[in-house]
Design a protein around this ligand. Structure first.
Ligand SMILES: *Cc1c(COP(=O)(O)O)cnc(C)c1O
Length: 408
């Protein structure tokens, strides 16, 4: 673990372009020629290294990004996909069929939650949603039909931290696959090194980092990725959520600066979280000592990349949250938008947006309040300046008391 540094692994990748370009050539073909018919047969059977068949299966550009993602997560290999959901859904469908059962964290991305709650029951797959921070509750939910334990390293939007080592022990004991969505914490956490079997990312977020495309990846063993891509039975091959080569080439270039960006996102989020907590706002950030998982998370992260760029503030009512977000956008502090990992700050009220798939009573039970604003903190150069501007917005809306009436 100590010697594993995901950014070094990315740096050490050396890909030359076809003509000696410093960036690898982008493959621009959907299909590939064979010099002999026998090679085509062997490729279909999955027996030929280095031969391409058809770009829904793989393409040179996608394989470069696959290799980079595997290097980052420390898995044997990986498979990129057209979106994060395009990685999550085939992975779960490859692992589970009719009659099977999944134990999942209840605080997961809204789309994943909707898939498990509303869609997979149509295929005979049942899911029990649990508080993933309670290992005894997780274990108690396991049945003889359970095949998968599913969680996010840091969950959306409440930033609960999953004890991946603890979950991996439970998964091993019951012969389950532990699938971890690591979208919120690239580089900071390396779930496979903590015992996860399969690590998933939405590349749409930090890894691409410029909010100009969607993308996803499944990082796993060669055996599992081969099964996903199998021409006769692979969920990725047959459902077809293939990433386009042009996109994988552009994601690959953005990946090269991920370590610098993550450090800045984390630095800025930590600064704002500390200041706003001190100002008396209900602040959730895993880097704060007040966070229930602070100790656990401190023991899990590669510290140089910090505690990440996601933070929530609770301003008590939806009306105040909406007014604050509109004002902050008007003052050019960021955008009122879903998603995360952009160079500018993004904010949204999860209860009415990204987590609206979750029924109201469940939102209340998990502490997802009306006035909660989720921030994806941007790469602002001078975060102190940003803090003062944000604070001014809060004072204008009486979310924070004005300086003059504060007792010094
Ligand atoms: C955005 C997101 C997804 C879905 O990814 P898409 O690229 O939008 O399909 C999955 N998990 C998490 C944690 C996300 O934030």
């Amino acid at each position: 673990m100590k010697n594993f540094n995901p950014a070094d692994n990315i740096q050490d990748l050396q890909y030359f372009g076809e003509f000696g370009g410093v960036n690898p050539s982008i493959s621009d073909s959907s299909t590939y020629t064979f010099l002999s018919a026998k090679t085509m047969f062997d490729t279909f059977e999955g027996n030929m290294e280095g031969c391409y068949l058809y770009s829904r299966h793989s393409s040179p550009s996608n394989l470069y990004l696959d290799k980079a993602m595997a290097a980052m997560e420390g898995t044997e290999t990986a498979n990129v996909s057209a979106s994060g959901m395009g990685a999550i859904t085939p992975t779960l469908l490859q692992l589970c069929g009719s009659g099977d059962h999944i134990v999942s964290s209840r605080t997961i991305y809204g789309g994943t939650y909707a898939f498990l709650k509303n869609f997979t029951p149509r295929l005979g797959i049942k899911t029990t949603f649990v508080d993933i921070t309670k290992l005894d509750v997780v274990e108690a939910a396991i049945t003889p039909q359970t095949k998968v334990l599913y969680c996010e390293t840091v969950s959306n939007p409440l930033l609960e931290v999953a004890n991946i080592e603890g979950l991996a022990k439970i998964a091993e004991k019951h012969n389950l696959k532990l699938v971890v969505d690591n979208t919120f914490s690239p580089l900071s956490v390396s779930p496979a090194k903590l015992g996860a079997d399969i690590v998933i990312h939405s590349l749409t977020k930090y890894i691409n980092g410029s909010s100009d495309t969607v993308g996803g990846v499944t990082c796993a063993s060669q055996e599992f990725i081969d099964s996903l891509k199998n021409v006769n039975s692979g969920a990725s091959m047959l459902l077809g959520p293939t990433m386009d080569s042009l996109r994988s080439a552009s994601v690959m270039k953005n990946l090269r600066t991920l370590h610098i960006r993550m450090k800045q996102h984390s630095h800025n989020a930590m600064y704002l979280a500390e200041r706003f907590e001190k100002d008396g706002l209900k602040t959730v950030y895993p880097g704060l000592k007040s966070h229930p998982s602070h100790e656990l998370y401190s023991g899990m992260i590669n510290h140089e990349y910090g505690f990440g760029g996601m933070m929530t503030l609770d301003v008590e009512t939806l009306a105040k949250a909406n007014a604050l977000m509109e004002l902050m956008q008007a003052k050019n502090l960021g955008y009122l938008a879903v998603s995360l990992g952009f160079y500018k700050t993004l904010f949204s009220a999860p209860g009415t947006s990204t987590s609206s798939e979750i029924p109201m009573e469940e939102q209340i039970e998990m502490g997802l309040t009306d006035g909660l604003i989720r921030f994806s903190i941007g790469l602002d150069n001078d975060i102190e300046r940003t803090y003062h501007m944000m604070k001014q917005c809060m004072q204008e809306l009486n979310i924070l008391a004005s300086e003059s009436i504060l007792t010094k």
